[in-house]
Design a protein around this ligand. Structure first.
Ligand SMILES: [Zn+2]
Ligand SMILES: [Zn+2]
Length: 476
């Protein structure tokens, strides 16, 4: 492992302070930072239990298991079912609209009543405090897919889903982030200091009270509205860390793992357009098209109209489209590089006119010169759509004019195919001069290279295509 603890890294950190500090829980300071952390030792049969974070495991595995087993004996009542679904969406929004888009990314501002609501229902989802969650999430964005990413999908899909919580992580290895804004938010600090109380009251007591006082279903409220609802919200929102980095396409940037997929969006209350989100994290939207599923965005819009939310941040369409075009260009370049565009002219041997005629007439080679480039059409004569006679009559001759309209103005595909038959370049180039002049007069014919240095041959810009001044007017 290469720890960036060198003097250079230190000097850089001093020159550019990034506002980060060692993460300290506000509840109690129980880190022994100098001791070898358990996660840095290999897991064995005798120490595996020390690797497990038992508190997290209880919250995300054992309690849901108890819920599923209890559900066998406790019938699900109609009203309890309706309430559990509604509360599921509320606590889910606490994470997506609250923890994620409001606090981790500050993609909009919320009034105090809205903040209190989001902090409360967010606690009901049982995914840690706002302060802890946002700190991890900021590290995830800053160090995506690296060892400092707390839930890097590079460590495995299951690891990014729950493994990162089930097993202890060395806090020193996780990327540091600036959370000074969160430390100044009294609601965030209060929720962090009173986290356990908040969780018990919002995740378990509240749904039990609603179902118990409402229609007498105390146990159902506890099991369905509490425990099982927690499990579903947790598993759904964990999918943002796992599924959203694994399933779907990458319309904005494919250098990292985040992906866009409608299934992830459906599961996560609209957090499924994750490739967009990692590119434009402070945008309050995840889905930018009206028809894409992003209920979290719809709620933020609703809060804006009711005056509960304001200062919604949104990237200009121009910036978003630039990213999309660049990614499309990259895909095009990759696709282009897999195709045969013919040997590049500069790699072809230079052949004199006399040798060309001699090879064609006396050595039986089916060579045709077009625009100063010599092509071997031997294998193609029988397949020539214009018949054998015409193509054979051009062997050993300069067919530039007849290929470009003298007899038949060949298609773009024909020019492409012809380029794969190149075998040489004529010395002195006869028609090459014409081509060079055309290139000079028609700027579209100039060569351009893609980012990997590969030549881009555009339609109508093949070297064999004769573009005469004024000729392009016919095409229009
Ligand atoms: Zn992500
Ligand atoms: Zn995010």
């Amino acid at each position: 492992m290469s720890e960036p603890s060198s003097a250079a890294a230190k000097a850089q950190a001093e020159a550019f302070p990034d506002g980060t500090t060692e993460y300290k829980p506000l509840r109690k300071a129980n880190y022994a930072l100098d001791k070898v952390h358990i996660s840095d030792t290999p897991m064995t049969l005798s120490n595996w239990h020390k690797h497990v974070d038992w508190l997290n495991t209880t919250f995300i595995i054992f309690i849901p298991m108890i819920g599923f087993i209890s559900a066998y004996w406790i019938p699900l009542q109609f009203y309890t079912a309706i309430f559990s679904v509604i509360y599921y969406f509320n606590t889910g929004l606490g994470i997506t609209a609250g923890y994620h888009r409001l606090w981790a990314h500050t993609s909009y501002k919320a009034t105090t009543p809205l903040k209190i609501y989001l902090a409360a229902v967010g606690a009901g989802a049982v995914e840690g405090s706002i302060r802890w969650w946002s700190k991890e999430h900021r590290a995830h964005h800053r160090y995506t897919d690296t060892v400092k990413d707390p839930y890097s999908v590079r460590k495995g899909l299951l690891y990014s889903h729950i493994g990162w919580m089930v097993f202890k992580q060395n806090p020193k290895r996780k990327g540091r982030t600036d959370i000074t804004d969160l430390n100044e938010d009294p609601i965030v600090v209060w929720q962090h200091r009173n986290y356990l109380k908040s969780v018990i009251s919002m995740a378990l007591v509240f749904p039990t009270l609603v179902c118990g006082l409402g229609w007498g279903d105390w146990l159902g409220g506890f099991i369905y509205g509490g425990i099982l609802r927690i499990c579903f919200v947790q598993q759904a929102t964990f999918c943002v860390n796992s599924l959203a980095h694994w399933l779907g396409d990458q319309p904005f940037d494919d250098r990292n793992s985040p992906r866009d997929h409608v299934i992830t969006a459906l599961v996560t209350l609209g957090e499924g357009y994750h490739n967009f989100h990692h590119e434009f994290p402070s945008d309050f939207r995840n889905a930018i098209e009206w028809w894409q599923y992003d209920p979290t965005k719809w709620m933020i819009c609703l809060w804006k109209y009711t005056g509960l939310a304001y200062d919604l941040k949104q990237f200009r369409a121009n910036e978003i489209e630039k990213g999309r075009v660049q990614q499309m260009q990259k895909k095009l370049d990759q696709k282009r590089s897999t195709l045969d565009w013919g040997t590049p002219l500069e790699q072809l041997p230079v052949i004199s006119w006399d040798d060309f005629v001699d090879d064609a007439k006396n050595k039986g080679k089916a060579l045709i010169a077009i625009a100063g480039v010599i092509h071997d059409v031997g294998d193609f004569i029988k397949d020539h759509p214009g018949g054998k006679a015409l193509i054979t009559s051009a062997i050993g001759k300069d067919a530039t004019a007849i290929f470009n309209g003298g007899v038949y103005n060949h298609s773009n595909a024909a020019h492409n195919l012809l380029s794969t038959m190149r075998v040489g370049v004529l010395r002195g180039g006869c028609e090459v001069e014409i081509w060079k002049r055309a290139q000079f007069e028609n700027k579209d014919v100039t060569y351009t290279n893609d980012s990997s240095g590969q030549r881009i041959v555009r339609a109508g810009a093949q070297v064999t295509k004769l573009v005469q001044p004024g000729a392009s007017a016919d095409a229009a």
